[in-house]
Every structure is written in structure tokens, then in C-alpha cells.
Write a protein that binds this ligand. Sequence first.
Ligand SMILES: Nc1ncnc2c1ncn2[C@@H]1O[C@H](COP(=O)(O)OP(=O)(O)OP(=O)(O)O)[C@@H](O)[C@H]1O
Length: 366
Amino acid sequence: MSAFTLYAATKWNKSDKDKIKYTFRNLNYKTKDYEPRHFKTHRTNDYILYSYHVPYGLVDDDKLQVLEKVLNKPVKITFAKTKLHIKVYKHSLPINIAYNWIQSDGWTLPIGQSLDGPVMHDFDKIPHMTIAGMTRHGKTVLLKLILSHLIYCNPDDVEFYIIDLKGGLEFSQHNYKQVKKVASSPLQAYDLLKDLAVDIELDMAHFKQKGYNNVLNTNIKRRKFIIVDEGAELVPHKYMDKEERKKLDYCQYALSNIARVSGALGYRLVFATQYPTADTLPRQIKQNADCKISFRVPTEVASRVAIDDQGAQDINIKGRAIYRTSDKQLIQVPYISDDEIKGRFKEYVSSTTKTAERRTDTVEFG
Ligand SMILES: Nc1ncnc2c1ncn2[C@@H]1O[C@H](COP(=O)(O)OP(=O)(O)OP(=O)(O)O)[C@@H](O)[C@H]1O
């Protein structure tokens, strides 16, 4: 049916409004007696919005996505207050956007460009984020964008704890004073998370003593970002020895705990994985991350694990992702290169290495 609709609509030289009408008919998007009825067209420089009354019983339907191919233009379909709205954009999303060094307020990040304009992510409103995506599609560039923009805007208040399980290759070249610790193996991740657990306990005690319930209601400016690049490396496997499995179990627990209780203390978790499955994207992390991002993933099932919806399996442009909060948007993430970051942050380069090793001067909890 879809192939026929596509063929028929492109063959006839009709207006977009006509093509939508015929697509409704060919897809049988109607109830027994009534078809959707067009009642308004709204034109702007960027898009034309067609609005329809639909008969009772009809709602938006995934099959209407075929309109994007029928019209050969980007299309956004929404259903609100019993009306169907079809937004037909005049331009496609650019395939490459350069990052601009522009300050933004507080803990916001220009995470991408959507068809409706720039998309800002606010880490104080949505503290934790998961990122999924097949290799070479833009996860690491996004992680570096987060690091760079937040250092640029909050050089004295941001701290990073980086678990770089791709052998430490990606982040070891960005050794700035704001990067407090880097773990480049699962065992170092264990050490890093054990130390962070101590910090969390101390912060928790401090908050209790002061009667604080949330960092947002205090004058504490510091935010601590825990970045995990390749969470799948922290999954315990049967072939590992008991001690190793125990340590990885602890890593899973500690990361879940950060997502569950540490947001109010000013901790922000950014957890990236190539393979979104129930094992590699622990449930507690996923449930507590109200922002879920997915670059291309191999299957619809993986897309549903990553963003609770299908769609990410069809992305075929690098740096393009679905950004899911309460809403869902397709974005192009700004590109930033290692050289640009290094050039900008020369003054922050730190001479000490920050390989995570167990501290011995603190009390342990948990
Ligand atoms: N936002 C972007 N805009 C344009 N091109 C991008 C973008 N992000 C990534 N790319 C291109 O894709 C390449 C791979 O990106 P990146 O290193 O972020 O992939 P990855 O998903 O982290 O892969 P891996 O897991 O293998 O490290 C980059 O070198 C760049 O050429």
C-alpha cells in the first residue's frame, strides 16, 4: 500500500494538500463514513501547516509517516485536541553544523538543531542523560561537545569524572583542570566510582546538616558530571573471575545510585553505549534519565530500548539523533573537533595525570 501511495502521489502533479488527501484515501485513513476534513492552512517562511478535523476514533497513525516520502520533504505529524496537524517543512536539516563558541545560561547546552530551530538541553532541569548509537555515528563528538561547552561556560564550577572505556584514547588528550579523574579500564572505573560514593556520602551529610533538599535551592554552583563512554564494558560476564564480577556489579550499582539519588546533590550522569540492551543500559539508569538520545542503532528493538520508540534504526547521517525528553525531536548535533577544543582550552591544561586509583585518605561507605 505504501509503495503504491508513494508512486501514485509523485506521479500526479498535485499540490501538497491534494497529495495528503489522496494519501489519506489510499492508506484508508478514515472511519466507515467520514474522512479527515481540512480546516486550516498556516504558512510561515519555514513550513506550511495543514490542520484537519478527524472523525471520532481516528488518531495519528505511524502509517502517515509515508507522507515524508510522498511529499519528498520533511514532515512532522502531531495530534492535539482531536485535530491532526501536518507540518511540511520547506528545508531539510543540514547534514553538518559547526559548533559556535557562544555562552549559554547556567547548565544549558546547545545540543542540536531541529527543523523548528535550536534545541537547548538544561542539565539543571534534566540532570541525567543516556546516549545510544552504533560506532562512528557521533556519540563521542556529543560527549566532547558536552565537556567543551560546559567548561567554556562554567570553567570554575564544573567537574568531570570520565570513565572512558575505549582504552582512554578519546579523553586522555583533554586533560584540563576541570577533569578531576579519568578511568580507562573497568577496574579503574571501580576505583573512581568507589571514591565518588564517598564524595556523595559526604555531600549528602552536608546537605542534611544544612537542611538543603536540592542543589537548585542553594547557592552551590558546583556541578559534577560523570561521563561513561561505553557502558557495555561494565557488564559482568560469566567468564570473568568472581572478584572482577563483584567489582563490575558494584559499578552497576554505583551508577544506578548516582542516577537515582545524586541529582539533587548536583551530580549529573551521562551514560553512553553502542549496544542498548537491558544489560548494557541498566533499568535504574534508564528510568532516572529523563533525557534519552539515540544516534543510529542497528534495529528497531535497539531503538525502543534506547528511546522507548522506534525510528533511530532509520537514521543514516552522522551526528543526527533523536532527542527524547517529554517530547521527541530529530536533531543534528553540532560538530566540534579535538583540535578546536585543545586550541580553546590551552590555559586549563593540567600537568598531573588523573588516572583513577583508590584514595587511601578517606572513609569508605557501602
Ligand atoms: N555531529 C556531527 N556532525 C558531523 N559529523 C559528525 C558528527 N559527529 C560525528 N561525526 C563524524 O563521525 C565520526 C565518528 O564520530 P564519533 O567518534 O563521535 O563516533 P562514535 O559514535 O563515538 O563512534 P565510536 O564508538 O567508534 O567511538 C567523526 O569523526 C565525524 O567525522
